[in-house]
Design a protein around this ligand. Structure first.
Ligand SMILES: Nc1ncnc2c1ncn2[C@@H]1O[C@H](COP(=O)(O)OP(=O)(O)OP(=O)(O)O)[C@@H](O)[C@H]1O
Length: 433
C-alpha cells in the first residue's frame, strides 16, 4: 500500500501545482486570495520585527547610555520594540498594513524602508501613505497592476479627460477645471504623444477650443488639425498665437469685470466664452535660442506670454498643457517660473535625473525616485499628480494614432473659431509674402 499511497500523494501534488499555475495565469485575483495573500500575510507577520529593527523603525524605551558603577556606558539600545501593526488586510492583488508610529517617527522613515519591505515580503512594490496623524498605511502590491491595466471609467465632465488607469486600479483623470495647467515630461518613446492623443480624443467631443503649438513643424499635433482652432508650427507662429491668446484673455477679463464676476464660469451661459486648451509639444523649442538677437527676443517673448497665460488664464478659461522631453533650468529662468504655475505634473521615463527633479521634485522627492525607476519597456507608464496633492504611478490607455486622428476628424465640425488667433496668423502669413 505504501508505494501506491506515495504515488497517489505525488499525483495529487502534481495536479495541485498544475491547477495552481493555471489559476495564477488565468485568474490572478483568485490565485492571490487563495494562495498569495495567506503566504504573504504570514511573511509580513514573521519578518516585521526583524525588518523594523534593521531599518531603524524599532525604538528602545531605554536610553542608549547607562551607568555601570561610576562609569557612563554607551551602546546600542537594548530590546528595541517594533511599531505595532494591524492584521494585514487583503486587497485586490495586494494587502495593506497600518502601523502606529512611535513618538518622534515620521512617515519618511517608512518610505526609506519600503525597498527593504519589498524584498522581505517578496512583493512588487510597497507604497507608504499617512491617512491620519500618527499612522502610516503600507500598501503592498503583489504584481505590477499597470502591466495589464483594466479599462477604468469616469463620469464625463467638461474639460475633464479619462487618460488611463492608476496603480490603485482607479481612473486616471486630467480635470482642467480642478487643475488648470499641466506639465508632461518624457524621453523619446516614453508615451508623451500617445498621452496627448488620448487627451485630444477625450476633449474633441466637448465644447472646447484646442490650440496646438508644435514647433517640430507640426509633425505631432498636425495630425489633429481638423479639430484644432489654430496650429503654430514654428516659433514665429507660436509668438503670434500666444500674443493673440493674451489679447483674448484681456477681453475675457473685461467681460468678467463688466459683469462683476471673478471667472468666466460665473458668467451667464450666453456670455461665457469657449474654454481654450493650449497644447504645447516640445517646450524646449520655444525656449532655445541660437544666439542671434532675433532668436533670443522670440524665446523671451514666448516665455513671458506663456507665463502670463499660466498666471491669469485659469479663471478665464485658458488652460496650458505643456509637454517636453527635457525640462531643465538650463532652458532659462522662465521655465522654472512657468513650472511653478503648472500645478498638474506627469512624468514618464526620462533620460536625465534633472527633468524628473524639475517635474516632480518641488512636490515630492519619493515621486521623483519612482519616476526614475520607470523602464524603457514600460511605455505609457508615468507618475502623475492628483487634485488632492498626492501622486501615483499610472498608465495611459493606448490610443492608436489612426483612432485619435479619426476622432479628431469626426468632431471637426465642433471646432470653435478663434478670430483673434486666425487674424494674427493671417497677418503673419501676409508679412512673409
Ligand atoms: N499607454 C501605453 N501602453 C502601451 N504602449 C504605449 C502606451 N503609450 C505609448 N505606447 C507605445 O510606445 C511607443 C512610443 O509612444 P509615443 O510615440 O507616444 O512616445 P513619445 O514619448 O511621444 O516619443 P517621441 O518623443 O519620440 O514622439 C508607441 O509605439 C506606442 O505604441
Amino acid at each position: 500500500m505504501g508505494p501506491v499511497l506515495l504515488a497517489f500523494a505525488l499525483a495529487v501534488l502534481a495536479w495541485a501545482l498544475v491547477v495552481g499555475d493555471l489559476v495564477r495565469r488565468h485568474r490572478p485575483t483568485w490565485h492571490w486570495y487563495l494562495i498569495g495573500y495567506p503566504v504573504t500575510a504570514c511573511r509580513v507577520a514573521l519578518t516585521w520585527r526583524k525588518v523594523a529593527m534593521l531599518n531603524d523603525l524599532a525604538v528602545s524605551r531605554r536610553p542608549p547610555r547607562g551607568l555601570l558603577g561610576d562609569l557612563v556606558v554607551k551602546g546600542d539600545p537594548v530590546r528595541p520594540i517594533a511599531p505595532r501593526t494591524s492584521f494585514p488586510r487583503a486587497t485586490r492583488l495586494g494587502l495593506t498594513v497600518s502601523v502606529r508610529l512611535h513618538a518622534g517617527q515620521t512617515p519618511a522613515t517608512y518610505m526609506k524602508a519600503s525597498d527593504a519591505l519589498v524584498h522581505a515580503w517578496r512583493v512588487h512594490a510597497v507604497r507608504v501613505t499617512s491617512p491620519e496623524r500618527g499612522l502610516v498605511l503600507l500598501s503592498a502590491m503583489a504584481t505590477d497592476p499597470l502591466q495589464r491595466p483594466g479599462l477604468a471609467t469616469a463620469p464625463a465632465e467638461l474639460l475633464s479627460a479619462l487618460i488611463g488607469a492608476l496603480e490603485s486600479g482607479g481612473a486616471w483623470v486630467m480635470n482642467l477645471r480642478l487643475v488648470p495647467h499641466w506639465l508632461i515630461a518624457g524621453a523619446t518613446r516614453s508615451g508623451k504623444s500617445t498621452l496627448l492623443a488620448r487627451l485630444i480624443t477625450q476633449l474633441a467631443p466637448q465644447r472646447v477650443a484646442l490650440v496646438g503649438i508644435d514647433c517640430k513643424g507640426g509633425m505631432e499635433l498636425g495630425l489633429f488639425a481638423g479639430r484644432l482652432s489654430a496650429l503654430a508650427t514654428c516659433r514665429r507662429e507660436a509668438v503670434a498665437v500666444l500674443s493673440a491668446l493674451v489679447v483674448d484673455m484681456q477681453e475675457r477679463m473685461n467681460a468678467c469685470r463688466t459683469a462683476g464676476v471673478r471667472s468666466i464660469w460665473e458668467l451667464p451661459d450666453k456670455l461665457r466664452p469657449v474654454p481654450v486648451v493650449v497644447l504645447v509639444d516640445e517646450i524646449a523649442e520655444l525656449y532655445l535660442s541660437d544666439g542671434t538677437r532675433e532668436s533670443k527676443a522670440e524665446a523671451e517673448q514666448c516665455s513671458t506670454l506663456l507665463l502670463r497665460i499660466a498666471q491669469l488664464g485659469a479663471a478665464l478659461g485658458l488652460h496650458l498643457v505643456v509637454a517636453g522631453q527635457r525640462v531643465g533650468s538650463d532652458l532659462g529662468s522662465g521655465v522654472t517660473a512657468l513650472r511653478a504655475q503648472l500645478g498638474g505634473r506627469i512624468c514618464h521615463r526620462v533620460n536625465d535625473p534633472g527633468t524628473a527633479e524639475m517635474t516632480l521634485g518641488d512636490l515630492n522627492k519619493d515621486a521623483v525616485a519612482v519616476a526614475q525607476a520607470i523602464t524603457p519597456e514600460e511605455r505609457g507608464v508615468a507618475v502623475c499628480t492628483g487634485p488632492d496633492g498626492g501622486w501615483s504611478r499610472a498608465r495611459s490607455h493606448l490610443t492608436p494614432t489612426d483612432e485619435a486622428v479619426a476622432t479628431a476628424r469626426k468632431y471637426s465640425a465642433m471646432t470653435p473659431e478663434l478670430l483673434t488667433i486666425v487674424r494674427a496668423l493671417a497677418a503673419l502669413e501676409g508679412e512673409s509674402k
